[in-house]
Design a protein. Structure first.
Length: 234
């Protein structure tokens, strides 16, 4: 998004790190890795992360896709079993772009919080405990990346676009040492509010909206409603 790739790659290159993207591994030998395009990467130590899979019980239950992630309606309900809700890394998010090496989409902590707020709201509505309309997570995100002597703040609203070519409401990245300080301060604040048993207090929501223009949930648009609203069964 916007200048985020350039800022990140510049910081990586200044640290003497070479990046290779869209490269598939075809063979791993004791001291070298072979890529599909013929490149050979020698190494003394390597760390390779395999493709991420969902929970084993989801794969066994056949409620999810072949990788074990749940397909969901915008209300975070399973399309075939509306009493099942999913949030965070348990869900399937479909990338809009086809890349040479298939990739997933981010499910950051803030995005997961938004999903959990929306899911709990919709469960209360379905149970008749809350007289309100369903909501959906905005999937807006504010991320702080610490590079030691500097940092980059990334803002994307929303992170995941609904259609190719769509413009984000907000999309920018800024760099500075202050990002590292803000990240350290937020970590302390987050741990403190978890000890207090708070999720997203009102002042945090106001701060996100006033300082960064971000929101957590929004009303379900009429065009996103399923043909027949499912009823939660307990």
């Amino acid at each position: 998004m916007t200048n985020s790739a350039k800022l990140t790659l510049d910081l990586i290159e200044k640290r003497g790190i070479k990046t290779i993207t869209n490269a598939a591994i075809t063979a791993i030998e004791p001291n070298q890795i072979w890529l599909q395009d013929g490149q050979r990467i020698p190494f003394g130590y390597s760390m390779i992360l395999p493709p991420f899979r969902g929970a084993a019980f989801v794969r066994a239950s056949r409620l999810g896709n072949e990788k074990g992630f749940l397909p969901l309606l915008p209300t975070l309900q399973h399309p075939d079993y509306p009493e099942i809700y999913g949030v965070g890394i348990s869900i399937h998010l479909q990338p809009l772009e086809v890349t040479p090496v298939p990739i997933g989409l981010p499910k950051t902590g803030q995005m997961t919080e938004e999903m959990a707020i929306a899911a709990s709201h919709n469960i209360a509505v379905a149970l008749g405990e809350l007289a309100a309309e369903p909501v959906v997570p905005t999937l807006d995100a504010l991320c702080f990346a610490d590079f030691g002597d500097t940092g980059i703040a990334y803002i994307a609203a929303p992170v995941i676009l609904e259609t190719l070519g769509q413009n984000r409401r907000l999309a920018y990245a800024v760099q500075g040492l202050w990002v590292s300080w803000v990240k350290a301060a937020f970590e302390r604040y987050f741990l403190l509010k978890m000890r207090w048993g708070l999720s997203v207090p009102w002042f945090e929501r106001w701060g996100l909206r006033l300082l960064f223009g971000l929101s957590l949930v929004r009303p379900l648009q009429p065009t996103m409603l399923p043909e027949q609203q499912p009823t939660l069964k307990v």
